[in-house]
Ligand binder design. Structure first.
Ligand code: TEU
Ligand code: CA
Length: 570
């Protein structure tokens, strides 16, 4: 894992276009708004920007439902704005990667409009159509019992052409048929080469292991006995032709460019299998996001069926995905937030006003000392937190949260206790928490827009905003700048070092060594608001030189609330 690359050492910043910066007062973030903030990102120490989908889309799933791969969602701007963004990044020696959403398109994509016309249409086989089944009462049934990620059946009946089509996500996101060579060629040309030829430096690949489904379609085992539809990841993740498709993508597209490819890899618990995606010799992806840590708290069958998690579970996930690349040619990622997750301070630190800043700095120290490419999500650098618990369900915008809330209402006949629990759990884990507008300053709408924002700004913005923090040396933002600089200075240990967990049974602190050649650093993190013993692990024998911390304390007996320390072991 030691071969040095720009996409290993660079710090990546994910921008969610609708919520980052509105430049024209229509309440929707846009590309000129992003361009106006490139210097802010440069000063933060960002080397690579990941832009969530900017393509033409009806926005059913916030742009992850694309209706034209080669055009820009009009409210975000024009193709020229995108070219200006690419140039603006490159001028500042920053790279730019786009989101590659190629498991499905929007149902408004011309390809799907053609495909759904009739069974004989020229593009019928570009999507996944199957005839209905009928039960012994003659009722029409979907081809199999798969559940979509957004609840309900993963099959949608199309009256016009009298068949079902598959959609792992929303009914407006029909799955493309990757078995069809013409589909793959069109994806390589329109979704990839078009942008690479404009100078884009790579992609974050959406649902990267779902393109090859186990055929013929068959029912998934019953996991939720009270549900008609069942999670079927074992039949649509890591399917039989998955590696063939990614190898073909490499041969036909990526091998001709110097790209960074990071895949969103779900439901792949076996490190050996992950290496088949991220090993340099595999020539498929450069790295993947492992979901174990950010899925802590998710229910076994439904994400929003919140289950409390323990620090030991976090350590197990951490150790597994930090260590699986030791002594091989794999690579990994370090992240705690993205547009699908709630805010990390609220989930893994504390958003109590007493602790939200110090716990944000502790988490920054955690992420900046982990091996792999570092990804931070817009707002994480200023310590943005979840929306208030009182946030009314009517203000939630995301299809995933709304569908779950309605599913619980239907399934329990709107039982008040069940509906309230669902509301509380959505309040803990909703993707909406990461999608409220960026908090730039304490003017109206946090300086995000001069108009009415598409989604309300988090009420906390007067206390948490970039402007107030830029000139405050003790702010989360100033700390992140220092932490990224520290990571770059000590990259041998932080970026490339080998991870070894210490004191593994401790349920309050996370302590680990990062070894590089025969030297090491020691990282000690208090994940609680209580004072904890400072335990020097038995593995550490040499002298300790403090090289980074998030408080003024140097007490060798104890750690303050959410205190983080990094030592060079002499
Ligand atoms: O997410 C893939 C995915 O599996 C999500 O359902 C994720 O597991 C879930 O939201 C966890 O909260 C990608 C995109 O990141 C997501 O925004 C899209 O909704 C989805 O694909 C469909 O494109
Ligand atoms: Ca706008």
């Amino acid at each position: 894992a030691d071969s040095r690359r720009w996409w290993k050492e660079g710090t990546v910043y994910q921008i969610y276009p609708s919520s980052f910066k509105d430049s024209n007062g229509d309440g929707i973030g846009d590309i000129p708004g992003i361009i106006s903030k490139l210097d802010y990102l440069n000063e933060l120490g960002i080397n690579i920007i990941w832009l969530s989908p900017h393509y033409k889309s009806p926005q059913v799933d916030m742009g992850y439902d694309i209706s034209d791969y080669k055009d820009v969602h009009a409210p975000y701007g024009t193709l020229q704005d995108v070219k200006n963004l690419i140039d603006g990044c490159h001028k500042r020696n920053m790279k730019l990667i786009f989101d590659l959403v190629i498991n499905h398109t929007s149902s408004e994509h011309p390809w799907f409009q053609e495909s759904r016309k009739s069974k004989e249409s020229a593009k019928r086989d570009w999507y996944i159509w199957r005839p209905a089944k009928y039960d012994d009462q003659g009722n029409r049934k979907p081809p199999c019992n798969w559940r979509s990620f957004f609840n309900g059946s993963a099959w949608q009946w199309d009256e016009q052409s009298q068949e079902y089509y598959l959609h792992l996500f929303a009914t407006d996101q029909p799955d493309l048929n990757w078995e069809n060579e013409s589909v793959r060629q069109a994806i390589y040309d329109e979704a990839m080469k078009f942008w690479l030829d404009l100078g884009v430096d790579g992609f974050r690949v959406d649902t990267v292991n779902m393109y090859s489904k186990v055929l013929p379609f068959k029912d998934a085992p019953i996991e939720v006995s009270t549900d008609e539809f069942q999670p079927a990841q074992m039949l649509f993740c890591n399917g039989p032709r998955m590696h063939e498709f990614l190898t073909e993508m490499n041969d036909q597209v990526l091998s001709n460019y110097d790209t960074m490819m990071v895949g969103e890899l779900a439901s792949t618990p076996d490190p050996e299998h992950v290496l088949k995606y991220v090993g340099a010799s595999a020539k498929q992806l450069d790295m993947v996001f492992q979901m174990d840590m950010i899925h802590l708290g998710f229910g076994p069958s439904y994400k929003y069926d919140f289950h409390p998690w323990t620090l030991i579970q976090l350590k197990d996930a951490l150790t597994k995905w930090q260590q699986f690349i030791i002594d091989n040619d794999g690579w990994t990622t370090s992240f705690l937030e993205n547009h699908d997750q709630a805010r990390s301070i609220s989930r893994f630190g504390s958003d109590d006003p007493l602790y939200r800043s110090v716990s944000g700095k502790m988490l920054a120290t955690f992420l900046c000392t982990l091996t792999g490419t570092l990804f931070i999500y817009q707002g994480q650098e200023i310590g943005m937190i979840n929306l208030p618990k009182s946030w009314p369900i009517e203000e939630y915008k995301d299809i995933e949260s709304i569908n779950y809330y309605n599913y619980i209402k239907r399934k329990t006949n709107a039982d008040p206790a069940a509906v309230r629990l669902a509301f509380e759990n959505i309040g803990k884990l909703a993707r909406d928490h990461s999608r409220s507008p960026f908090q730039w300053d304490d003017t109206e709408h946090a300086g995000f827009t001069t108009g009415t924002p598409w989604m309300k700004v988090n009420d906390v913005y007067p206390e948490i905003n970039a402007k107030a923090q830029e000139c405050d040396q003790n702010s989360v933002l100033s700390f992140w700048k220092k932490a990224i600089k520290f990571r770059n200075t000590y990259k041998d240990y932080c970026v490339y070092g080998d991870f070894y967990l210490c004191d593994s049974k401790n349920t309050s602190t996370v302590t680990y060594i990062k070894a590089y050649k025969c030297n090491k650093i020691l990282v000690v993190l208090n994940f609680t608001k209580d004072v904890q013993d400072f335990i020097i692990p038995a593995e550490v024998t040499g002298e300790l030189e403090l090289i980074f911390n998030n408080t003024e304390s140097t007490d060798r007996e104890s750690l303050l609330a959410f205190e983080a320390r990094v030592y060079l072991v002499k």
